[in-house]
Design a protein around this ligand. Structure first.
Ligand code: GLP
Length: 235
């Protein structure tokens, strides 16, 4: 893992933008994208740039179950508002959270990943060490699947909904093995509330208890942190 620490989240996001720009310049054509507050500054920088994604493909990590794509808090809406409306991609994929058969939808989605191998995967990090919606207990060989969110993730995401009862309890998410198929993974984590998960991801054992720790097994991972998120690292 290449660990890079910046004074501020904005500086770390600028570095993520540079990696995106470099990848595009080197012929990368498929971008794995994440939601959450962490990549928002990166997406702002992409929107303000003159980069052209009209021939590129975007594949998102996950989507809530039970929300229509046009729901204000769906990840489909998030991606449109933060990136796709301003910077349309040739194709952009996100799981269908309303699929009647979520297992079939997950299998279809994993097929899309195999047809469009991800060149650069952007990741955030859950407070409990999740990536995508791979919660503690996630298996190394998991592919796209229906998953139940933990109480701590539901609480963390409640800030986007009027009441906690409105937060979806399930999602369709790329699995650990799906994420590890990407050629280059760039994980961003900011703030003191991510420091424990960052330490466990980088310095802890590789374990299902901390799904992000499986990234240690990938040959090309770049971790972009602000000083607060890096504050518990030993060096
Ligand atoms: C969500 C998403 C993740 C994201 C994480 C952290 O549950 N499924 O992809 O990385 O939570 O979110 P944030 O960036 O808002 O802290």
């Amino acid at each position: 893992m290449d660990i890079q620490i910046f004074d501020t989240p904005t500086q770390a996001s600028k570095q993520a933008f540079t990696l995106f720009e470099q990848a595009l310049g080197e012929g990368a054509n498929v971008f794995g994208l994440a939601t959450g507050s962490t990549p928002v500054t990166l997406y702002d920088l992409l929107v303000k740039s003159n980069l052209d994604f009209s021939q590129a493909t975007a594949i998102n990590l996950d989507e809530y179950c039970g929300l229509p794509a046009d729901h204000p808090q769906s990840y489909a809406t998030f991606m449109k508002e933060h990136l796709f409306n301003a910077k349309p991609f040739k194709a952009s994929y996100i799981p269908n959270g309303l699929a009647e058969d979520p297992d079939a939808e997950a299998a279809r989605y994993e097929g899309l990943i195999d047809e469009n191998p991800v060149d650069l995967q952007i990741l955030g990090l859950g407070k409990n060490g999740h990536i995508g919606f791979n919660e503690p207990g996630a298996k190394r060989d998991s592919v796209t699947h229906l998953t139940k969110l933990t109480d701590s993730t539901i609480q963390a995401n409640a800030r986007f909904f009027d009441t906690i009862d409105q937060v979806p309890t399930h999602a369709i998410s790329m699995g650990i093995a799906s994420i590890l198929k990407a050629k280059h993974i760039v994980l961003l984590a900011f703030g003191a509330n991510k420091a424990q998960a960052v330490k466990a991801m980088i310095e802890g054992p590789i374990t299902s208890d901390v799904p992000a720790s499986f990234l240690q097994e990938h040959p090309h991972v770049t971790v972009l942190l602000d000083t607060e998120a890096a504050s518990l690292l030993s060096e």
